[in-house]
Design a protein around this ligand. Structure first.
Ligand code: ZN
Length: 312
C-alpha cells in the first residue's frame, strides 16, 4: 500500500557521475525501486527507434510486462501516458531561452519570486506544470505499486527537476547531489563528445554541479545530502546504509550479484553491459595531459574543493 505522501528520492548532478550505477544498487535494495531516468529514453539513445529499444530486463521496452503494468496504473490514476514518449520532463515553454528562464536553478532568492510572477504570463505554462507534476506523481505511485517497494528513486540528474518536485505536495522528497571529481567529469564529457575540449568539458561539469548546488534551496537541509562517486565505489554498502537512514527506509544488504536481480532500467549503455563489479573509473588519468588538467583546475578547481575533493 503506497502512503498518501509518496516517498521519493531524487538524484541530481552532472552526466557521467555514476547515477546509473547508484540506480542499480538502490533498485537491488529490498525497499527501493528505480527505473533510473524517469523522463524516459533520450532521443539520442534511440538509434533503432523506440520499437527496438530494450529495457534492462532484456525485453523490448514496449513489451516489458513491468512497464506495461506501470502504464496501465498511471492511466487509472487519470494521467495520459505513453511508453513511446513519457512526457515527464518539466517542459513549460517551447523556446529554449524561456524554458531556461522558467526552470533553471539560480543562486538568487529573488529569481524564484520573479519566476512565480512571470510563469503565469506564459500561455499554458501553469497548466503544463500541473499536468506534468500529476504525471510524475502517478508514475512514482504506479512503480511503487507494481514493485511492492516503499521508496521511489528518480535518477534523472537534471537539477531543474528539484524545484518542480518540491512543489508537489503529495511527494515526500529527499535529494542527493551526486558528484564526481572535476577531472574525471570533464574527461567523460570530452570522451562522449569530441566537440568538447578540456575547457568545455570542465564548464559543463561546473554548470551541472553548480545548478545542482543551487537547487538545494528548494528542500529543507535535512532532506539534502551530497554524495561523492568515489565514496560510493569505496564502500557501496556503507553508502547505501547511509541513504537508507537519510530517507527513513529500513537498511538492507545489497547482494553481490546486484546486476542479476530483476531490473527495469532505462538510460545509459552501462545498464546492459554491467558486470556487477564496482571499481572507480580513473581512466581520465590516461586521457588528460598536464595542460588539460591545468585547464580543468582553472575552470572547476575551486568548486571541486568545495564539493569535498582534495584536489587541487
Ligand atoms: Zn523490463
Amino acid at each position: 500500500m503506497v502512503p498518501d505522501r509518496v516517498p521519493y528520492l531524487y538524484i541530481s548532478g552532472a552526466s557521467f557521475s555514476g547515477s546509473t550505477l547508484l540506480a542499480f544498487l538502490l533498485n537491488a535494495h529490498t525497499h527501493m525501486v528505480s527505473v533510473s531516468e524517469t523522463c524516459g529514453v533520450l532521443p539520442h539513445r534511440l538509434i533503432k527507434g523506440i520499437d527496438e529499444y530494450r529495457c534492462s530486463c532484456g525485453e523490448r521496452l514496449l513489451s516489458c510486462p513491468f512497464f506495461i503494468d506501470v502504464q496501465e496504473r498511471i492511466r487509472e490514476q487519470g494521467s495520459t501516458f505513453d511508453l513511446r514518449d513519457w512526457k515527464n520532463h518539466f517542459r513549460l515553454a517551447d523556446s529554449l531561452l524561456f524554458q531556461r528562464l522558467l526552470t533553471r536553478p539560480t543562486p538568487w532568492g529573488w529569481s524564484e519570486l520573479l519566476r512565480n510572477v512571470v510563469t503565469p504570463l506564459f500561455p499554458g505554462a501553469a497548466r503544463r506544470e500541473r499536468e506534468i507534476a500529476a504525471r510524475n506523481l502517478h508514475f512514482a505511485r504506479a512503480v511503487l505499486e507494481v514493485s511492492g517497494k516503499r521508496l521511489f528513486v528518480d535518477a534523472q540528474k537534471d537539477p531543474a527537476r528539484v524545484r518542480f518536485l518540491s512543489r508537489i505536495e503529495e511527494l515526500d522528497l529527499y535529494v542527493i547531489h551526486l558528484v564526481r571529481d572535476a577531472r574525471a567529469g570533464a574527461s567523460s564529457y570530452m570522451k562522449h563528445n569530441p566537440a568538447n575540449d578540456a575547457r568545455r568539458g570542465a564548464r559543463r561539469w561546473l554548470n551541472a554541479n553548480l545548478t545542482s548546488d543551487y537547487a538545494r534551496h528548494h528542500v529543507p537541509a535535512s532532506r539534502w545530502m551530497r554524495l561523492r562517486y568515489d565514496d560510493l565505489c569505496a564502500d557501496h554498502q556503507g553508502v547505501i546504509d547511509h541513504i537508507s537512514d537519510f530517507t527513513g527506509t529500513p537498511r538492507a544488504a545489497i547482494p553481490a550479484s546486484f546486476f542479476e536481480t530483476p531490473h527495469h532500467i532505462v538510460g545509459n549503455e552501462m545498464r546492459l553491459a554491467g558486470t556487477g563489479e564496482i571499481r572507480p573509473d580513473n581512466s581520465w588519468r590516461k586521457r588528460l595531459d598536464d595542460v588539460q588538467v591545468d585547464v580543468v583546475r582553472r575552470v572547476a578547481g575551486a568548486a571541486n574543493r568545495r564539493f569535498g575533493f582534495d584536489w587541487p
